[in-house]
Design a protein around this ligand. Structure first.
Ligand code: SF4
Length: 507
């Protein structure tokens, strides 16, 4: 619960590459969201580098693995537990930063990390006393939208500054090799450390093979990051920007200081305890059943793409059986389901549906489309092709290809109601799937209903005309009748008048 407490942001250094606005504006936006202040996680990174340099200057030859990436820490603890004791026994830059902020701003403040890393959520769960919560840049963007904050209109001035101070070289951390660079800047006395940077879990796992850390004769420090290229490739970076530009913007934002302290202001000691994952062997029957659940029936279906987060389909299936994973994690299975669902929906739609690419060739069309626009003879030909209408030119099939061309060229949606071509009437909606590349169209043949409407209108007009005629007839009959009655009454009155001598006026 954050209620009643001042909440500060620990902002990951990659923000400078992701958001194209000034730090003053970034701080103003975060303050608008309710944060009391914003601080750079890079401050914690600096402390980690100072402490690591200090240790590397003191220790003997051996293997030392950085603790900066929580995924690497957990991976070692769970899957390569024999290396856990080689992780430097200090907290990550993010947790160190949270500790530093509490020292500076008061122990009762709360700190929320915001950055590109989803693994920080785990860190927050494990160390709620330091990190109250972790948000990703994706979530931050969503929050800004949800609050209807117009970044353009946010006013920022020079009073908006990072607290308690701006960071320096620590901002290099999200780039592969950045941590090593900062440790070297702090200073390695005898220049006796071999610095190695590995970024990607797969490469890291490979690097740990065939090495006996007890027999390492040099002082080796490994900066290990789970994301290929470093945190600038974090899973929730929320930017389509080129990695080249992100890296260059991060570098452009860094301020270097003349002298880096050699004693850290804050160290949060952490012991990385091995927590090996217990592997259970499952029966062939259990494995086959689980594989079927994710639509893997042959060995070729096992793509081992790691999209689920597991190294192979078999590993994923083991997790499925153990109840640690869900079928929806399998990317190829979800794709298969999505394709099947889309195909079933297309098939069942009474309207004609067609998808056309930038070459004006059909990518996909349903049966209603084929029935609507093909002659019986053409229908037979296309029905016998395994690919159906795919690859056929739309201008050879429909008599209004210009609408498709226009939608592809302009990227604008087209809605045509009662579009008359020869003796047909269509309702046509063309929409963009991928700008200037792929469009879809839903077409309804409304000729019949239009004819029915015309018929009904004509019949209605006939009835009205008849009714008017009848009414006119009734009216005239009534009129005649009135005249006749009047004449009759007049004559009676006259007769009566003549016989009685009374002066009677009949109208
Ligand atoms: S490398 Fe990836 S997982 Fe590791 S700290 Fe950076 S963003 Fe997080």
């Amino acid at each position: 619960m954050l209620t009643g407490k001042k909440v500060y942001v620990s902002l990951a250094p990659s923000w400078a590459g992701v958001y194209d606005f000034s730090k003053e504006k970034m701080i103003a936006v975060l303050k608008k969201l309710g944060f009391a202040g914003v601080s750079e996680t890079a401050l914690g990174a600096q402390e980690v580098s100072i402490q690591t340099a200090k240790k590397l200057n003191e220790v003997d030859a051996g293997l030392y693995i950085s603790s900066a990436c929580p995924v690497i820490d957990d991976y070692i603890r769970c899957y390569r537990p024999e290396f856990a004791k080689y992780i430097t026994p200090i907290a990550s830059p993010a947790l160190t930063h949270c500790g530093l902020l509490k020292d500076k701003l008061g122990d009762d403040i709360k700190v929320v990390f915001i950055g590109p890393c989803i693994a920080k959520k785990n860190e927050a769960d494990k160390h709620p006393d330091l990190m109250a919560a972790a948000l990703t840049f994706d979530e931050l963007n969503y929050w800004i939208k949800e609050e209807f904050i117009d970044i353009e209109k946010i006013e920022a001035n020079s009073t908006y500054q990072f607290v308690p101070e701006a960071a320096y070289e620590g901002s290099l951390y999200p780039i592969e090799g950045g941590m090593n660079e900062t440790i070297k800047q702090v200073g390695i006395k005898n220049n006796d450390v071999t610095f190695i940077a590995i970024s990607s879990l797969e490469d890291f796992d490979k690097a740990l093979q065939n090495i006996d850390p007890t027999k390492v004769e040099n002082k080796i420090f490994v900066e290990a990051l789970a994301c290929s290229g470093g945190c600038i490739n974090g899973p929730s970076l929320a930017s389509e920007k080129s990695k080249i530009l992100i890296t260059s913007d991060i570098y452009a934002n860094i301020q270097y200081r003349e002298e880096i302290p050699t004693e850290p202001r804050k160290v949060v000691p952490v012991e990385y305890v091995p927590d090996p994952v217990q592997k259970t062997e499952y029966t062939m029957e259990q494995v086959t059943k689980a594989l079927k659940k994710i639509s893997k029936h042959t060995i070729e279906d096992e793509l081992n793409c790691s999209g689920c987060g597991y190294a192979s389909c078999r590993e994923f299936v083991n997790a499925l059986i153990a109840g640690d994973a869900e079928p929806s994690q399998c990317v190829s299975y979800m794709r298969k389901i999505a394709v099947r669902k889309a195909a079933a929906m297309l098939r069942c739609m009474p309207s004609a549906v067609v998808i056309v690419d930038s070459n004006m060739e059909i990518v996909e069309a349903n049966d209603s489309f084929a029935h609507m626009f093909l002659t019986d003879e053409m229908y037979e030909i296309f029905a016998s092709r395994p690919e159906g209408l795919a690859g056929a030119c739309i201008d050879r099939i429909v008599s209004f290809p210009e609408l498709f061309k226009s939608a592809l060229d302009t990227g604008k949606e087209i809605h045509q109601e009662h579009y008359v071509i020869k003796n047909k009437v269509y309702d046509i909606s063309i929409f963009t799937i991928e700008d200037n590349e792929l469009i879809g169209a839903v077409i309804s043949d409304v000729t019949r209903s239009e004819m029915d409407r015309t018929k009904i209108a004509r019949r209605a007009r006939e009835v009205i005309t008849k009714n008017i005629a009848t009414v006119q007839e009734i009216a005239s009959l009534l009129g005649e009748h009135m005249v006749e009655t009047e004449l009759l009454l007049s004559s009676i009155a006259e007769d009566y008048d003549t016989s009685s001598g009374v002066d009677t006026d009949v109208h």
